[in-house]
Design a protein around this ligand. Structure first.
Ligand code: SAH
Length: 219
């Protein structure tokens, strides 16, 4: 048991050094979260040995847990502080939400596939992530009752930026969303201030589809 724990801590440290720091991620809070969250518990038992590799992995239902680097890049871009309330669309394995929960005050995460929602909600309980609130619904319409948010992160690729999510972002808020076609997207960062919305691109990426009212339509 003790030996296992040490083995994974070593793998995480190596992951952070080789994949994350080596590629220019510097936010100490992001690096500490990646060193702490047991990524191997967010994948199926068959994939535990690959959990700290430099790639995404399948999590069932044709969905994936993102590559560690993309999780780090998106989290750093959100510029989180310990008082922030964050909305995540696409709970999936729960790994990204756990990373956010290590840094921010509270994470609100929405998943549209019921089996993933149930499985991951249980995992959050097991790992004592009491500052993660889960919801089973179409996340493209956001979570109006809990808005405005300090940060919004969409972890699935969208054909456009859902206006509902932008409107639930508070003044001073940051949002990260992959926008493009189903094969490749641009990682877009939005910043909202009194004057309006400011948009920059962080480069190319590839995510599974954001399905729903303001995402890709079924069929
Ligand atoms: N953040 C996840 C990534 C999972 S992949 C992780 O760390 O593992 C993207 C997830 O987005 C999938 O689970 C998919 O079912 C979910 N998704 C797609 N469209 C959605 C929508 N409209 N609302 C909520 N979740 C959605």
């Amino acid at each position: 048991m003790e030996k296992e724990i040490k083995k994974y801590a070593r793998q995480r440290d190596e992951m952070v050094r080789r994949q994350i720091e080596a590629r220019g991620i510097t936010d100490p809070k992001v690096l500490a979260a990646l060193r702490k969250v047991p990524r191997h518990l967010f994948v199926s038992e068959a994939l535990v040995d690959q959990a700290y590799g430099d790639f995404p992995l399948p999590i069932g239902e044709q969905q994936t847990i993102s590559q560690p680097y993309i999780v780090a890049e998106m989290t750093q871009a959100l510029q989180l502080t310990k008082d922030d309330r964050v909305l995540e669309i696409g709970t999936g394995s729960g790994y990204q939400a756990a990373i956010l929960a290590e840094i921010a005050f509270r994470v609100y995460t929405i998943e549209r596939i019921h089996t993933l929602f149930i499985r991951t909600r249980k995992l959050f309980d097991t790992l004592h992530y009491h500052n993660i609130v889960t919801r089973y619904s179409d996340g493209t319409t956001g979570w109006k009752d809990e808005s405005p948010f300090d940060a919004v992160i969409v972890t699935a690729g969208s054909p456009q930026i859902p206006s509902s999510l932008v409107s639930q972002l508070g003044v001073g808020g940051r949002m990260i969303i992959p926008v493009g076609n189903q094969f490749s997207q641009d990682l877009i960062k939005l910043y909202k201030d009194e004057k309006g919305i400011h948009q920059t691109s962080l480069g190319g990426c590839r995510f599974v589809k954001l399905m729903g009212e303001h995402g890709w339509k079924e069929g």
